[in-house]
Design a protein around this ligand. Structure first.
Ligand code: PGA
Length: 237
């Protein structure tokens, strides 16, 4: 059974969240769908026993970091997962500098980490995809031997595919996912789940479902309308 992660990004007000919860009530398999709402609404999902994660964590547990949210505070709200390294965080918030610290902190605190990696269009066009992905994996995993790396899940998200409705060919996704799995196995002796993210929607899900080595999806825009999201989930094996 594939994992399905719903990344709401910075969308919704309280009223929308309550409507959403009403719409999905008793229609979701709570073992395989994980919601990543804004931190403000984590407890609303937790209250109804959904698996819930944060879209990010601060790189420190506590301290003078104005505007940040501590992993301890997020855990109090009920998260068991966190995204780390989403390309929007890397682009707008300089997250490349903090990935390693965030991964370590999350693993130390027994969270499951969805580590997002992916290449830009320019990198893809210059045949740098493999190199970029391996570099991002190495950076995230370095000096990490005291933590449980089996709590990592990789989300392969080509940056040029996020929010654009353009996705790579099935063959390309298959090849890259396999390369990621082989790299993790050979270099780190890890068998990790690999998800695909980037414009997953009702139009392309049947096609994506033919990719045999995928372990799930990270879904942004197509998770925002509950009825459509439910339709999408029904198709995913
Ligand atoms: P998208 O976003 O599904 O809207 O492309 C995916 C993501 O950013 O995780």
């Amino acid at each position: 059974m594939k994992l399905i992660c719903a990344n709401f990004k910075m969308n919704f007000l309280k009223e929308n969240i309550l409507n959403y919860l009403e719409n999905i009530h008793e229609k979701i398999n709570k073992d395989r769908v994980i919601f990543f709402p804004s931190n403000l609404y984590i407890s609303d999902f937790k209250k109804e026993n959904y698996l819930v994660g944060s879209q990010d964590i601060s790189f420190k547990e506590f301290g003078s970091l104005t505007g940040e949210t501590s992993i301890k505070q997020l855990k109090e709200l009920g998260i068991s997962y966190t995204l780390i390294g989403h390309s929007e965080r890397r682009k707008y918030f300089n997250d490349n500098r903090y990935i390693n610290a965030k991964v370590k902190l999350a693993l130390k605190n027994d969270l499951k980490v969805i580590l997002c990696i992916g290449e830009s269009l320019k990198e893809r066009d210059n045949n740098l995809t493999s190199l970029v992905l391996k570099k991002e994996i190495d950076e995230a995993l370095k000096n990490n031997n005291c933590f449980n790396l089996n709590n990592l899940i990789i989300a392969y998200e080509p940056i040029w595919s996020i929010g654009t409705s353009v996705i790579p060919d099935n063959k390309v996704i298959f090849k890259i996912v396999q390369e990621i799995k082989d790299y993790l196995k050979n270099k780190y002796d890890l068998n990790l789940k690999v998800l695909y993210g980037g414009s997953v929607n009702l139009e392309n899900i049947d096609k994506l479902e033919n990719i045999s080595n995928l372990d799930g999806y990270l879904i942004g825009g197509a998770s925002l309308q509950p009825e459509k999201f439910l339709d999408l989930i029904r198709i995913i094996k």
